[in-house]
Design a protein around this ligand. Structure first.
Ligand code: PLP
Length: 507
């Protein structure tokens, strides 16, 4: 049987089959959400969560569709103008983006992937209404410790504090008295099928929603805080919810209470320590998070020499499904979930990582194929300053891997859209260079197509702030320094950024 080490949806909680069988025989799937059976089931789950997470009695517990929904509801109900976001990867960035999409002024404090901003040094302006932090950043495996979160709250008690604990709950250890909003979804450490989010809200957060509503702000409809609170007071939900999910969450929470969270946490921590040690001594893997204080126990991210395909396939062939990296790191990182459902399974995984079979990645490294996309406007070219990835601290045009099945021009248009939000038609690209690029420091090897296209209109946006600081147009004769190796190679080979299609190479 395959063990799922993906960070989510992840390995199912061990007793899930019997809980589902109980749900079916009890008829949970057919209960109306206005029925007394449903209300008592909701109360059961809520009470178990209150005990497990030590939720203050006057705090509210609401059931939503997902954690992403919780982010949107929080912004709608608690922010009139400004929110402040601590970004340590893709999910914390998503929270900030949602706030922007809802028209708020967003302040981001961003760290490169594998690290986190120094929360003790943050200066939060007076007009900030909400500070959003991610306890465990699932894209990077960076965690915030509870002491650091509490210190931030004591320095800035006025704004509401929202904590994303999606991939650490119920192991977060958060002092909810010091938090106004906390949320998670159930497909991670609870080991449940996806489709259910839980939002915990303080009385102060609910008061804020009432105040904003009175001031004329749109705070949503059926899942506004006021509507959620009204239904919850009757042990109901405003809409027909994921009743089976709520039931299963109650059963898993009850089982965890029986085992004891301290026992579970100490097993998870021991397993995490063993996984990090295995990664540190592995010939081709190393933990992405180098500072042990920043390391997550529940989602462990490693960088790999070369591409992760061979390793993930070999592990999967022996029943161990490990996660790819997230977003732009999908091929160059692996992510290992270490949730309660994984207790007892990680020694075998560690063993496998150390065996000759898995070390075959030594000989199975292949060069990657990438595109560098040179957008030209008025004799200028667009470059961005990269802050993370295999070429950080250098200037480079938009670009990235060519995906399976894509042509270089298709990859170029996709990368430009993903990184800048600009649209370049596929037929607009002309080939300028093909280069052989060795990134000695990171042991990476690429063949890169340098493609050029005219880009007369549109302003580039920084779509991946965790990867890139800014976009700027540079005169072709005055390019910034230092440049990414593939750009240096193309220019040395004679790439003519002002010219038509003439292919140069260094092969
Ligand atoms: C830290 C974090 N926040 C938010 C989310 C979004 O959760 P959902 O997909 O359940 O909305 C995820 C999903 O992986 C996550 O890992």
């Amino acid at each position: 049987m395959t063990i799922n080490f993906n960070p989510g949806p992840s390995q199912p909680y061990p007793k899930i089959e019997s809980f589902i069988a109980d749900a079916l025989s009890d008829g949970v799937a057919g209960w109306s959400h206005r029925s007394p059976e449903f209300s008592s089931m909701l109360t059961y789950t809520e009470n178990n969560l209150r005990l497990l997470l030590e939720i203050p009695t006057d705090y509210h517990v609401w059931f939503l569709a997902s954690a992403t929904e919780a982010m949107e509801r929080i912004i709608q109900n608690t922010v009139s103008t400004t929110s402040y976001h601590i970004e340590m990867g893709a999910f914390s960035a998503k929270f900030a983006t949602i706030a922007e999409q809802l028209g708020k002024t967003v302040i981001r404090s961003t760290a490169e992937w594998g690290s986190r901003p120094d929360l003790d040094q943050l200066v939060v302006p007076d007009d900030v209404e909400l500070i959003a932090v991610t306890h465990n950043e699932t894209s990077t495996g960076v965690a915030l410790d509870v002491g650091t979160i509490n210190r931030l709250h004591s320095r800035y008690p006025k704004p509401l504090l929202a904590v994303d604990m999606v991939s650490s709950a119920p192991l977060t250890g958060l002092d909810l008295y010091q938090t106004d909003l906390a949320f998670f979804s159930v497909q991670k450490a609870f080991g449940l099928p996806s489709g259910l989010g839980v939002l915990i809200a303080s009385p102060r957060a609910l008061d804020t929603a009432s105040r904003l509503l009175a001031a004329g702000q749109v705070i949503g409809s059926y899942h506004s805080f006021l509507s959620l609170a009204k239904s919850a007071a009757k042990h109901q939900t405003p809409e027909t919810p994921n009743g089976l999910g709520i039931y299963l969450l109650g059963r898993v929470a009850s089982d965890m209470l029986d085992i004891g969270l301290t026992t579970i946490r100490s097993q998870i921590d021991q397993q995490a320590a063993a996984i990090y040690t295995a990664l540190e001594t592995h010939p081709h893997l190393r933990p992405l998070v180098t500072n042990p204080v920043f390391r997550s126990s529940t989602v462990i991210v490693a960088e790999i020499t070369g591409n992760n395909g061979q390793l993930l396939d070999s592990l999967s062939a022996v029943g161990h499904m490990v996660g790819k990296g997230y977003a732009h790191q999908r091929n160059s990182h692996i992510r290992i979930a270490n949730f309660p459902a994984h207790i007892g399974t990680t020694p075998k995984l560690i063993n496998l990582l150390g065996t000759g079979e898995m070390n075959s990645i030594k000989t199975a490294q292949h060069p990657g194929i990438g595109v560098g996309t040179y957008l030209i406007r008025d004799n200028r070219v667009l470059m961005g300053f990269r802050t993370t990835g295999h070429a950080s601290g250098v200037w480079a045009p938009p670009g990235g891997h060519i995906e399976f099945g894509e042509s270089p021009a298709q990859a170029a248009s996709r990368e430009v859209r993903e990184e800048t939000d600009l649209t370049i038609p596929i037929e607009a690209w002309r080939l300028g260079a093909v280069t052989n690029d060795l990134f000695a420091q990171n042991k990476k090897h690429y063949f890169t197509f340098a493609l050029m296209a005219d880009c007369p209109i549109g302003e580039p946006k920084v779509m991946e702030p965790y990867k890139l600081q800014e976009w700027s147009w540079f005169r072709i004769s005055e390019l910034p320094q230092p440049l990414m190796i593939s750009v240096q190679n193309a220019l040395e080979a004679g790439l003519d950024l002002s010219g038509a299609e003439t292919v140069v190479t260094n092969i």
